[in-house]
Ligand binder design. Structure first.
Ligand code: BJW
Ligand code: ZN
Length: 257
């Protein structure tokens, strides 16, 4: 009897081009709270969808900026788990190309050693002026107090406007180069491996459909069903940190950190 592990491994073994789409669930086992599950500590009282917009920032810059500073500290403390290392290994096992397209802003794929990573929603390590886009140093911002619930955003060195996080908020367009790289990889992929995303946020949620439209197959790893699950060729209800190392082992590899 075959299960999702064998079916997923069967699809990946024959694949030349794989696109991996990850979301917040990929980092859950590294201790980074997912976006729609409860935020940790003091921030649990806020709905993250009410913090991740330019309107929210302009209304209450001190609170929204403090949320991003606290998350910058949290992701700097986090370490990539075995699932991240498994994706690095998978890229070396395939005969072709593996592109990681992530909605996450925590940089954990790059820190684990994945090479071809597309960050669709920006990065917590990138800060810039809200008006003239002049960059600001994340290290300077990380020197601001960890745990504060109110932090006044620094002023831009060029024009004096607020510094904002270099992430993509609701209602904002995604970076053009990231979109182009992700969409190009998806159109020609044999397999979309979709890990730890609610598949609710567009345009990222369209990516698996692009793979399917080009004749590719969809494998989804998520302990909970999503709107994608019924369309996936393989739906595997499992956690990323367990499923991905098992998948690599079934493809003939082991996970070395
Ligand atoms: C595990 C696990 C474990 C737990 N292992 N799994 C078409 C239709 C409808 C709406 C729109 C549309 N097109 C555009 C929109 C509007 C909007 C949108 O999609 N809204 C939806 C909410 C309906 N999109 C946008 O505004 C985008 N911009 C855009 O389209 O521009 C063009 C435009 C402009 C103006 C008008 C119209 C169009 C921009 C989207 C930017 C999203 N930004 C955020 C914040 C980033 C910064 C920050 O982090 O603060 O990105 S929102 C948030 O959601 C964040 C995430 O990257 C993103 C996705 O969340 P994700 O990863 O799915 O996380 P969760 O928490 O939701 O789910 C976690 C999952 O993991 C769960 O399923 C768990 O079960 C699972 N899990 N443990 C594996 N161990
Ligand atoms: Zn400026």
């Amino acid at each position: 009897m075959t299960g999702p592990l064998d079916e997923a491994a069967g699809l990946l073994r024959g694949a030349k081009r794989v696109v991996v789409l990850t979301g917040a669930g990929m980092s859950a086992e590294s201790g980074v709270p997912t976006f729609r599950d409860a935020q940790s500590g003091w921030w649990a009282r806020y709905d993250p969808e009410d913090l991740a917009t330019e309107r929210a920032f302009r209304r209450n810059p001190d609170r929204v900026f403090a949320w991003y500073v606290s998350r910058l500290h949290a992701v700097r403390r986090a370490e990539p788990h075995d699932g991240y290392h498994a994706l690095v290994r998978l890229a070396t096992l395939l005969e072709g190309v593996l592109t990681v397209v992530t909605q996450n802003v925590d940089g954990l794929h790059g820190r684990a050693g994945s090479r071809d990573v597309v960050e669709l929603h920006g990065s917590l390590e990138a800060f810039r002026c809200i008006a003239c886009r002049h960059p600001a140093s994340a290290d300077d911002i990380a020197r601001l107090e960890d745990g504060a619930t109110v932090i006044h955003p620094p002023a831009c060195a060029k024009c004096g406007n607020f510094i904002r996080p270099g992430v993509v908020w609701f209602g904002e367009t995604l970076p053009v180069d990231a979109m182009e790289r992700a969409w190009r990889a998806a159109r020609t992929a044999d397999v979309a491996l979709v890990v730890g995303t609610s598949s609710l946020v567009y345009p990222a949620a369209e990516l698996p459909s692009l793979v399917a439209a080009g004749g590719g197959r969809i494998v989804e790893i998520n302990p909970h069903e999503t709107p994608l699950s019924c369309r996936a060729d393989v739906y595997w209800p499992a956690a990323a940190g367990e499923a991905l190392p098992a998948l690599v082992a079934a493809c003939g590899g082991s996970v070395a950190k």
